[in-house]
Write a protein that binds this ligand. Structure first.
Ligand code: SF4
Length: 272
């Protein structure tokens, strides 16, 4: 059973509910056992998702959920390791980790609940807030450009890059299933309305713009052209996917090509 006794306390109508349902559905349909899954998360409304799914979980420091996941995966590569968190957590505090996660191709799944605002701290602009976005701390509009996480992930070497939408639970669930089955680092940037603090990127705003991609591309250049689309048309689906060796496969000790040293003494003896 994947349900917990406790229920989420997100604001009524928050997009996090759709993501929660999609993730539970993906785990159920893939018949993954709770005891073989670890969800790591950072700080933010979205990071609390790990409290309300019955798996192992590690709620870490702000922006540090990915290195936690990578350590867990290397310690026990048989586990399904998933990281959840928000756009602020992942692309600001954890921005450096995000780039290196993409280029590592470690077999961890990263689901970013992208609401284009800091919700838990009551509405400051995040790295994905559109330029000119008005908040309490930017009354004249943000003056910085928004980062494009899809472009950044493709340029950084990720092998599975997708965009989902919290308002389409079935579509998102299927994306998550494909991300979990993918061999290597998988990123889904999930458009997640924050009904309390983001009055621009609402369900209506997304529904007027999103369209579903029919197939993914294995050309980084072609995928980058799709990733550039934002504003009048916003694509959802798998944007880029390729098949490359994972980080774990390239570590001889994990790959059983060499035996790990049993002790410091045996390591020193080997080096003599
Ligand atoms: Fe969801 Fe926004 Fe409320 Fe946080 S503040 S729970 S993101 S609606």
């Amino acid at each position: 059973m994947i349900e917990t006794k406790g229920k989420p306390n997100w604001c009524p109508g928050c997009g996090n509910y759709g993501i929660w349902e999609s993730l539970k559905g993906a785990i159920k349909e893939l018949k993954l056992k709770s005891e073989n899954i670890v969800i790591t998360s950072g700080i933010g409304c979205s990071s609390k998702i790990s409290h309300w799914i019955r798996t192992y979980a590690l709620n870490g420091l702000h922006g540090r959920a990915l290195p936690l996941a990578e350590g867990i995966k290397l310690a026990n590569p048989k586990l399904t390791v998933i990281t959840c968190g928000g756009d602020g957590d992942g692309y600001a505090e954890g921005g450096n980790h995000f780039i290196h996660f993409c280029r590592s191709n470690i077999n961890v799944k990263y689901f970013v609940h992208d609401n284009q605002i800091y919700g838990l701290t009551k509405g400051q602009p995040s790295p994905t807030s559109d330029e000119g976005f008005i908040t309490k701390t930017t009354p004249y509009g943000t003056i910085e450009k928004a980062i494009n996480p899809i472009l950044l992930a493709i340029a950084s070497g990720a092998t599975f890059v997708a965009r989902g939408y919290a308002g389409d639970i079935n579509h998102l669930k299927n994306l998550m299933k494909q991300a979990i089955k993918h061999k290597g680092a998988a990123i889904i940037d999930i458009l997640q309305p924050c009904v309390s603090f983001n009055n621009k990127n609402t369900y209506k705003w997304y529904q007027e713009r999103i369209y579903k991609l029919e197939k993914s591309s294995d050309s980084r250049i072609e995928a980058m052209k799709i990733a550039e689309q934002w504003g009048k048309k916003i694509p959802i689906g798998i944007i880029y996917q390729s098949n490359e060796p994972t980080y774990e496969e390239r570590i001889p000790a994990i790959n059983n090509k060499t035996k790990p040293a049993n002790s410091i003494k045996s390591l020193i003896d080997e080096l003599k």
